[in-house]
Design a protein around this ligand. Structure first.
Ligand SMILES: CCCCC/C=C\C/C=C\C/C=C\CC/C=C/C(=O)SCCNC(=O)CCNC(=O)[C@H](O)C(C)(C)COP(=O)(O)OP(=O)(O)OC[C@H]1O[C@@H](n2cnc3c(N)ncnc32)[C@H](O)[C@@H]1OP(=O)(O)O
Ligand SMILES: Cc1cc2nc3c(=O)[nH]c(=O)nc-3n(C[C@H](O)[C@H](O)[C@H](O)COP(=O)(O)OP(=O)(O)OC[C@H]3O[C@@H](n4cnc5c(N)ncnc54)[C@H](O)[C@@H]3O)c2cc1C
Length: 672
């Protein structure tokens, strides 16, 4: 029935102020108000409908995305939206698009600008003259990855050879494997690209540098001479990431002016002299740090959407246990359902807070860079790489778990979960494969351990290594379940585990004559040590959040429950680490699990309100199972009839393929 709130009873159970929790989730009252206003604007505008997205063929799907992008752009101008509002618009339209890159480019919001801004900042500081970056009437993309190389950036093959006769670079793709492959927005839309290529002057290879290159005519949109471009083909899932034109690009001796090299770490002079600036070469990679921190911030949005759908549906869905003709049990009341769902709910909140913290850390680093202080770059690289890996893996796995938590109906596109998964899962790969990134964290950890004896004190997220002597010896010495709720106890457990795993790896590596050989041999252990370090960061940032003044009846208490669930769930899942490193006994691990179960029971009455606090519209959720009013069955039934297959009772192909078979069967039966 329309207008009835099937989840009203659930909402009455809440023991906290939901409106105040909405503000905690959004980050501030202002952020909440902007999100609330823009999400409703999108939800109420039929121009942003997503209903048929999973049923459209690729060409129509892509054209529809172009239409939405143009319409969104018009709204931004007509309504004079601020950058913050435009960014929210991008988020709530909920359709990956070339426009993402376009927005960065033209309004300082989008990907390409994220990449280019640090490079340009350095360039402005190192050379005179105007900036070559196109800021108006152009679309950009980021062309780093090649068919043959993605993770190994140093292995890229595209060349940029300087010709002092003409003061130009000659850009060339020498092999098939050097074709640029994957850049979003490249295939059909971008007019320009930031292209990573090997810089060659006077026959000498200076390694990878970045160049801005025009790809298509601004008149007829055709590729410029010497340039071959196309889309790389359909990707995983219906709708999903197929709204984006990930592309292939080849250069055949294309000439560009010298000032289109982004001279952040080095410069080529008019006479072809290569000059290396007095800045770390890693500055070239810092733009990746920028996008990785955004991906961390976005993880909580994707996970919370899936959790919102699975939680609401788990309260609507009933199975077994009917007594005397009464209702069956809500599946959310099964302890197994709670032990799979509630840690994901807790993770969504945990990722929200660690994302906020990472943004602050990144802002601090960019300010330092402007003052030519490069000291914190390694830490922010390790944090963004590690947290990008942790949050995207957990989110992709979490979305899939939410699909399973919704049983069969979760497999329908109308649940919203298959498409959400298909859109989200490449986050485990783009902006750095998650294992490759954890290995970067491991390198940072091994370096830290090796420097412990020196005068260089570990600071920031690695400060806990400064008390290594204590962490290597301490033992957990409390026995009661409620002791596991003390933040200091949880923190020490995670610190001791992370420190001990890192030290064990360092000791094992030292047994090899060649440390690189040791690192390669122990890579799997190193990845686990890196993960333990990253989990410690997430737990510690959640605990830090709880130390803030959090207004609203019962809000802080709910967050304490969520924090406890996040930490104790991890402890339960990685029990082997905690036991193996000798910090806790098996009895203490079992007591921790007892506490975890108690926390699930505390969370249960608040579950629906905790997902309401995300303040998602039904449009954004895009899920019949996750509807705010819980009116699931009539809407599922209704949606089925909208499938193109149901347009006629007799399907296309009946006369060619089914009827002859039926006839044959009839004949055979007659013969018998
Ligand atoms: C469209 C989005 C809109 C805007 C954004 C909004 C939201 C985001 C949401 C979604 C995103 C949407 C789409 C995604 C689009 C995807 C884009 C891409 O995927 S672009 C391609 C990204 N490619 C990679 O990430 C490649 C991964 N590989 C690497 O990063 C490096 O090569 C690697 C593996 C880290 C290093 O290899 P190695 O050969 O060992 O390195 P070097 O020897 O050259 O250097 C090692 C030293 O450099 C330090 N380092 C490495 N990386 C960084 C860094 N990023 N920052 C700072 N420092 C770095 C490293 O620690 C070593 O230092 P030491 O020598 O040990 O001191
Ligand atoms: C949807 C999507 C959008 C993208 N957008 C862009 C874009 O806009 N611009 C752009 O330039 N690129 C883009 N990419 C490319 C992306 O950045 C790369 O795919 C990514 O960096 C991974 O590199 P790869 O494909 O070479 O993987 P590989 O490195 O080939 O990975 C294959 C396997 O090898 C393993 N592996 C690799 N190296 C190591 C190692 N050293 N140690 C242990 N294991 C290893 C990996 O863990 C993985 O299991 C995009 C990719 C996708 C999927």
């Amino acid at each position: 029935m329309e207008g009835v709130d099937y989840l009203a009873d659930e909402r009455k159970k809440a023991q906290f102020d939901v409106d105040e929790m909405k503000i905690v989730w959004a980050g501030s009252r202002h952020a909440f108000e902007v999100s609330d206003r823009i999400s409703k604007l999108v939800a109420n505008d039929p121009g942003f409908s997503k209903e048929e997205r999973t049923m459209l063929p690729r060409k129509e799907l892509f054209k529809n995305t172009l239409r939405k992008a143009a319409y969104a752009w018009k709204l931004i101008i007509d309504l004079h939206l601020s950058e913050e509002e435009a960014e929210k618009l991008r988020c709530f339209i909920d359709e990956p698009a070339f426009i993402d890159a376009h927005w960065v480019l033209t309004s300082c919001l989008t990907l390409i600008f994220a990449y280019a801004k640090l490079l340009l900042w350095a360039q402005r500081n190192n050379r005179k003259g105007g900036c070559p970056w196109p800021t108006r009437c152009k679309f950009g993309c980021y062309a780093q990855t090649e068919l043959g190389h993605g993770s190994n950036v140093r292995g890229l093959e595209t060349t940029a050879t300087f010709d002092p006769q003409t003061d130009e670079f000659v850009i060339h793709s020498p092999t098939l494997t050097s074709s640029k492959w994957w850049p979003g927005g490249l295939g059909k839309v971008s007019t320009h690209a930031v292209v990573y290529a090997r810089l060659i002057t006077d026959g000498k290879d200076h390694g990878i540098n970045a160049f801005i290159i025009q790809l298509r005519s601004l008149e007829d949109h055709k590729p410029l001479p010497g340039i071959t471009i196309g889309d790389i083909g359909t990707k995983f899932g219906n709708g999903a990431y197929n709204t984006v034109d990930n592309g292939v690009l080849r250069f055949d001796h294309v000439r560009i002016p010298r000032d289109q090299m982004l001279m952040s770490v080095s410069q080529v002079t008019k006479v072809g002299k290569y000059v290396q600036f007095d800045v770390p070469r890693q500055l070239l990679y810092v733009p990746m740090v920028d996008v990785r921190q955004t991906i961390v911030a976005d993880a909580s949005t994707a996970l919370s959407r899936a959790v919102c759908i699975a939680t609401r549906y788990s309260a609507v869905r009933r199975q077994f246990g009917s007594q005397n003709g009464g209702q069956e049990i809500q599946v959310i009341d099964y302890k197994t359902q709670q032990s799979r769902l509630f840690p994901l709910l807790a993770s969504a909140y945990a990722f929200r807070f660690v994302g906020e913290w990472l943004k602050r850390l990144y802002t601090d680093v960019t300010q330092r860079l402007q003052a030519k202080d490069f000291s914190t770059v390694p830490e922010v690289h390790a944090c963004t790489a590690g947290l990008k890996s942790l949050t995207t893996t957990a989110t992709a796995d979490g979305i899939e778990e939410c699909r399973k938590l919704c049983g069969g109906h979760g497999y329908l596109c109308s649940s919203g979960l298959p498409e959400l998964f298909a859109i989200y899962v490449p986050a485990c790969t783009y902006e750095g494969d998650n294992i490759v990134l954890l290995l970067q964290v491991a390198r940072y950890l091994m370096k830290t351990v090796s420097q412990l004896g020196s005068r260089k004190k570990p600071v920031g997220t690695i400060a806990y290594m400064g008390k290594l002597e204590h962490l290597m010896q301490c033992r957990f010495d409390v026995e009661q379940a409620k002791d596991w709720l003390k933040p200091s106890v949880i923190l020490e457990a995670f610190e001791a585990r992370a420190a001990r795993m890192s030290v064990a790896c360092a000791q094992n590596i030292s047994k090899f004559d060649n440390p690189e050989e040791g690192f390669a041999e122990l890579a799997a252990d190193l990845v686990e040590a890196a993960l333990a370090h990253c989990q410690l960061i997430v737990v510690s940032k959640f605990i830090e959040k709880l130390q803030q003044d959090i207004p609203g009846k019962g809000v802080k208490q709910q967050l304490e429950v969520l924090c406890g669930i996040y930490a104790l769930f991890l402890l339960h899942k990685h029990q082997g680490d905690f036991l193996g490193t000798g910090y806790i006994t098996s009895k203490q691990a079992s007591v921790a699990n007892e506490q975890l179960r108690a926390l699930y029971s505390q969370l249960r009455p608040n579950a629906i309100s905790l997902v309401d606090a995300f303040n998602y519209t039904d449009h954004f959720l895009g899920s019949i199972l996750g509807r705010y009013d819980g009116n699931v069955y009539p809407k599922l039934y209704e949606a089925a009839w909208k499938d193109p297959l149901n347009e006629s009772d007799v399907p296309d192909g009946f006369h060619e393929y089914i009827r002859p078979l039926l006839k044959q069967q009839l004949l055979q039966t007659a013969r018998l």
